[in-house]
Write a new protein. Sequence first.
Length: 321
Amino acid sequence: MITTVDYHTGGEPFRIVTGGVGEIPGADVLARREAAKEKFDDVRRLLCHEPRGHADMYGCFLVPPNDPGARFGALFWHKDGFSTACGHGTIALGAYAVQEGLVQAGPDGETDVVIDVPSGRVTARVRMSGGRVRAVTFVSVPSYVIARDVAAGGVKVDVAYGGAIYASVPAGALGLSVEPRHLTALIEHARRIKAGLAGHPASRHPSDERLSGVYGVIFYDELPDAEGATHQRNVTVFADGEVDRSPCGSGTAARLALLHDSGLRGTLVHRSVVGSVFRARVAEVVAEGVVPEIEGIAYRTGRHTFELDPEDPIGAGFTLR
């Protein structure tokens, strides 16, 4: 039996495995990710695929941190495998750590939950008021521009790193907009763009090949500025056609790196395809790039105990797309 606590961040699900999974070996979190891909992929499939999950499911295994400087580590997964970063999941993990008592927090004020993830060390800064979680700020790994105007899938894209590598393109460049009615077309364009970037130098991480590969394609609309902030609406299509319902945390970090490079010095209000909002800003400029801070909120949706009947012919499950 496998137990989980489920959250959503901006509408995007996040399933936290709390029990029933053996120790995932490795010297650090990135090494544990490689071990999980080899030895625990059946558990990922069981929790992510139908009938227990769906094609847009997301979650994580909790693992020990790299050192005592972090509270725990996290291995992020989706229907097609294991990712290197997950901002919406980090926000959910911050809320989970405080609400479950893993990290002590007062009824008012801010508490940092430090987490080791495959792309590095991140922080979920949990803001409390009246004994409730009111907001969580995801402090990302350094993010930076990799390349501009790269031809892929019949369009030119900008490529940036925000814990994972993302290609960005205005939806209008494809004659579309970020709306649910255009999702099918955007998913197909994302697949073509990713295929066009496969093996391209812009898809390579500069120092660790395990972080290489374009993880997602971000389609965005420019919205009118308001209250001194830049407003955009985006949808991130990641893995093989998976759609992020939130504004995408690590994708927002990548967008912020591009916008800062283009001159943005204020706040980015990032809206998702379902209308949820992240607020992002550059907290610091460092040698590797910029350090984004991205504020959102996560809500617990349930607690589950999953099992697999050994006579069930469906086994670990399936996906229809």
